[in-house]
Design a binder for this molecule. Structure first.
Ligand code: GSH
Length: 145
């Protein structure tokens, strides 16, 4: 019998969406438990994720958090469409891109900045590293966390 898969996540979270995209691409049936990480958390959830963030994937008696770990787990635990390369260099390039987006862009900037601050940091970073010209208009709103 197949072990049940449950994704604990927050509907507005980009991380949650990444995990869901991978589950869908792999054609894995799963349940969703909505967890708002900005509210008081159920102690049972903190047993799954001691830092109280989302998402967390539960598969039978096994659980894992951190989106990159979740996506790698889904890739290896389930058959179906191959989403991650076997080749070590190709895998490293993929991991580098998703890792730098997560740590540099979302983790450090998004959620802790206003749209204007985010835009200014993004622009300053591009300008400093690549000598690119500054764009003039910041985005109006963010919908991610
Ligand atoms: N590195 C984590 C980041 C997860 C994360 O930061 N999720 C946000 C939701 S979008 C969260 O739970 N924030 C709650 C908080 O900052 O306390 C991952 O890749 O899963």
């Amino acid at each position: 019998m197949l072990e049940p898969v449950t994704l604990h996540g927050y509907r507005f979270s980009v991380y949650n969406r990444v995990a869901r995209l991978v589950l869908h691409q792999k054609d894995v049936a799963y349940d969703i438990v909505e967890v708002n990480p900005f509210n008081d958390l159920d102690p049972a959830y903190l047993d799954l994720h001691p830092f109280g963030r989302v998402p967390t994937l539960v598969h039978g008696a096994f659980s894992v958090f951190e989106t990159r770990a979740i996506t790698s787990y889904i890739e290896h635990a389930f058959v179906g469409l191959q989403l991650q390369p076997d080749n070590s260099k190709a895998f490293a390039r993929m991991d580098k891109s998703s890792g730098s987006l997560t740590t540099t862009v979302t983790g450090q900037w998004l959620g802790k900045s206003s749209p204007k601050e985010f835009f200014d940091r993004w622009q300053a970073s591009l300008q400093m590293k690549r000598k690119l010209p500054l764009a003039s208009k910041p985005p109006e709103k963010f919908y991610m966390c």
